[in-house]
Design a protein around this ligand. Structure first.
Ligand code: IMP
Ligand code: MG
Length: 202
């Protein structure tokens, strides 16, 4: 796929807006099949899950007349944790924002942008399980299985990708690029005044 210049950097497109839409629709079909008749709580992990969570919620709320999938009611809440400093996973997970509602007895679907080492989601699963929900499952947009350090099962996964540091669709590199509507890989800085292009992991 083509590269585009964004804010002085070259970003190589990996997953297009249209492909994202198709992936979200497929995930919504599966979630509807598994949860019909219940009202799950989608718990988005800030900040990265924001666009994915919004798209998934709207897709569930839209239904799909072509497949016969009706509108599915959900509730939403958010939690925020930090594990990354630039491209380096610190290994330590700290929570900075908590749910505003009780999940006791509820069916929780934890929504995350990407599953990398697995530390963040393992820690979150442990923390949320203490609140006695009826069930918890994980839904990630992307998965980098080659990077896994801690075993964690994502019931729903949009797409597996190779071990590359990606940005866009909520994912950042030093808080940049979350706003991009596609997933891309950061390459060289193209503007000569930017002296430190991002280091690529591979
Ligand atoms: P884990 O705890 O190593 O699984 O890390 C998960 C978190 O690391 C995600 O929620 C992201 O915030 C961040 N992360 C992992 N890989 C990437 C990436 O390729 N681009 C941007 N953020 C990433
Ligand atoms: Mg994140």
């Amino acid at each position: 796929m083509a590269s585009v210049e964004v804010d002085g950097y070259l970003i190589e497109k990996l997953i297009s807006e249209h492909e994202i839409q198709v992936i979200v629709q497929e995930l919504a079909e599966r979630i509807y099949t598994d949860y019909q008749g219940r009202v799950p709580v989608l718990v988005g992990v800030l900040k990265g899950a924001n666009p994915f969570m919004a798209d998934l919620m709207r897709e569930l709320g839209r239904g799909n007349p072509e497949t016969g999938r009706p509108i599915m009611p959900v509730e939403i809440d958010f939690i925020q944790v930090h594990s990354y400093d630039g491209q380096v996973s610190s290994g330590e997970i700290s929570q900075s924002f908590d749910l505003s509602t009780s999940i006791k007895g509820r069916d929780v679907i934890l929504i995350e942008d990407i599953l990398d080492t697995g530390r963040t989601l393992t820690s979150l699963m442990d923390r949320l399980a203490e609140r006695k929900p009826n069930s918890i499952s994980i839904c990630v947009f992307l998965d980098k299985p080659d990077r896994r350090k801690v075993s964690v099962e994502a019931k729903y996964c949009g797409q597996q990708i190779p071990d590359k540091f990606v940005v866009g669709y909520g994912l950042d590199w030093k808080q940049k690029f979350r706003y991009l509507p596609f997933i891309g890989v950061v390459g060289q800085a193209v503007a000569s005044q930017i002296s430190t292009p991002p280091l690529l992991l591979s």
